[in-house]
Design a protein around this ligand. Sequence first.
Ligand code: ATP
Ligand code: MG
Length: 232
Amino acid sequence: MDDRYRGLKPEVAAFCKKLDDVLQNEYDVILNDDDLRTACVVAYAKKNMLLVGPPGTGKTTFAKALSKVSDRKYDRITVYPGMDITDIYGDWDYRRQLLAVQSGKKVEDVYSKDYYIPGPAMDALEHNGILHVDEVNRADPDIQNALLELAEEKQITIPMLGTIKGDLQIVATMNEGDVGTSPLSSAFLRRFVRIDFEHPNERNFARALIKKYGSKTLDKVNSALERLVLGE
Ligand SMILES: Nc1ncnc2c1ncn2[C@@H]1O[C@H](COP(=O)(O)OP(=O)(O)OP(=O)(O)O)[C@@H](O)[C@H]1O
Ligand SMILES: [Mg+2]
């Protein structure tokens, strides 16, 4: 099994083993050796990553496992066409601001952190967290640009509030076959390391099934299939 980490520097291999253990033991996900190794190297280097692959290949799970292993908060954005930037950054709590002003507070005093509802990006910046941006290929150009800026500068600037900085790492995920979505700009693609996740190979698929259902259940399924196919 340690063969899975071959060729990696000892510190990266140790990190990779931890990730692999969490993926397998807590989430029942067994990534293929190559996918795991590449993803580990990139994650260890704290690069922003773009995981691409068919549904159910462990992309989301990888982002969660990474947050667990590196002990960094997990924040998530699920992108959709027409999404507003405030869904990423956050927004003013207008109701509370209004109530405060009505009860005598000065207008300039209600533009502070106390009156702001942080969105996932702000939360991730404040906690040096992992920001999982799911369905990133559904992002309109303005949202792509905002994400790009976030990836590059690791900060956001909110008018009247100021600049929030932090050491976040972005894990963007997408299904390549998704139709009706905006293609990611080359500027975006240059700033994220793309890793393609494949379905588990036969060996890993069998392993995952045995782990999840136990070999006895699989024996039963096997004999049921044989009966079906052989018509006995
Ligand atoms: N490599 C794998 N080995 C075993 N099981 C897997 C693997 N990948 C995914 N699964 C199973 O599929 C479930 C869903 O995985 P996950 O949500 O991480 O996939 P995803 O790639 O994010 O899919 P989607 O594109 O639909 O969001 C996991 O909880 C696990 O049970
Ligand atoms: Mg997912």
